[in-house]
Design a protein around this ligand. Structure first.
Ligand SMILES: [Zn+2]
Length: 278
């Protein structure tokens, strides 16, 4: 009997023959014209700009605090099964806890263009000590630069710990307390990514909204244009919320509800407008 996962892999491979080049696709690449060869290379490089289609709505699933097993693996598996792209904003202190967490994050890093790993600091604001973090600018910036190097993050994309802040190219939007740290990172070429909607949690890791309520919120905010950038929606959640199967099921339902609208496209955060602007 052939498993569903295997069939999915085969379907994905066939469907993306010329776009992503399967492992055994060297013959096809040789016969492809130069334009197709260029597409094969570019789609595999993080940060290569995409062209926006104004008839589409772009959804960026951005999950924070990875690696946090088993939530991180559950989310990655669910995203794969659903065929959607996602971004993992990762914490270097979590990455360095043990070899298992290192393996988890390293496998996510290899999974581009499906997944992108981005920077969520080294210590998560000295273990959620936000007031101290954002008033000690040098320490905070160094914490983020150290995480970038330690996890070998491919692009300068950061989500600040505990702050819904957007910044890049000299522009800033977010809590005043984070302005100096964001400004310093901006001057170093970083793009700081906030969020439009959060899948909130209670008691540390239990999803607060139902999948149905959250999907309705996404659709409503798209409809009224209540997003940081037009036709784009950055959704925040945390890997640890999906440790239990019932919540993994909620995540699956949420994605399936979003996929019902053919306008919805799932992208990694390197393709968010302010990140694509140089
Ligand atoms: Zn966080």
């Amino acid at each position: 009997m052939v498993s569903g996962k295997f069939l999915f892999s085969i379907t994905l491979c066939l469907g993306s023959l010329f776009l992503f080049s399967c492992n055994n696709g060297s013959q096809q690449s040789k016969s492809a014209d130069s334009t197709q060869k260029k597409a094969v290379v570019n789609t595999m490089v993080p940060g290569t700009p995409i062209h926006y289609d104004s008839s589409k709505r772009y959804i960026f699933l951005t999950w924070d605090d990875s690696p946090q097993p088993p939530g991180t693996q559950n989310c990655a598996r669910t995203f794969r099964e659903q065929g959607v792209k996602a971004t993992f904003f990762s914490v270097a202190a979590h990455y360095n806890i043990d070899p298992l967490r290192k393996r988890i994050l390293d496998s996510l890093k290899k999974a581009y263009p499906e997944f992108l790993v981005a920077n969520h600091s080294y210590t998560h604001a000295f273990r959620d000590n936000y007031n101290f973090y954002y008033t000690h600018i040098d320490s905070a910036v160094n914490d983020i630069l150290k995480a970038q190097q330690d996890m070998q993050i491919p692009l300068k994309i950061v989500r600040l710990p505990g702050r819904n802040t957007w910044a890049g190219n000299g522009e800033f939007r977010g809590p005043k307390t984070s302005e100096k740290v964001a400004g310093r990172l901006d001057s170093l070429g970083y793009k700081i990514i906030g969020w439009d909607i959060e899948w909130q949690f209670i008691k540390g890791n239990i999803p607060k909204q139902s999948a149905t309520a959250l999907a309705k919120d996404v659709n409503d905010k798209f409809d009224i244009g209540y997003t940081n950038q037009p036709n784009t929606m950055v959704i925040l959640a945390h890997d640890r919320m999906f440790a239990k199967q019932q919540y993994v099921d909620s995540l699956k339902t949420f994605i399936q509800l979003l996929k019902l609208d053919p306008r919805n496209v799932f992208e990694t955060i390197d393709h968010y407008p302010i990140v694509q602007q140089k």
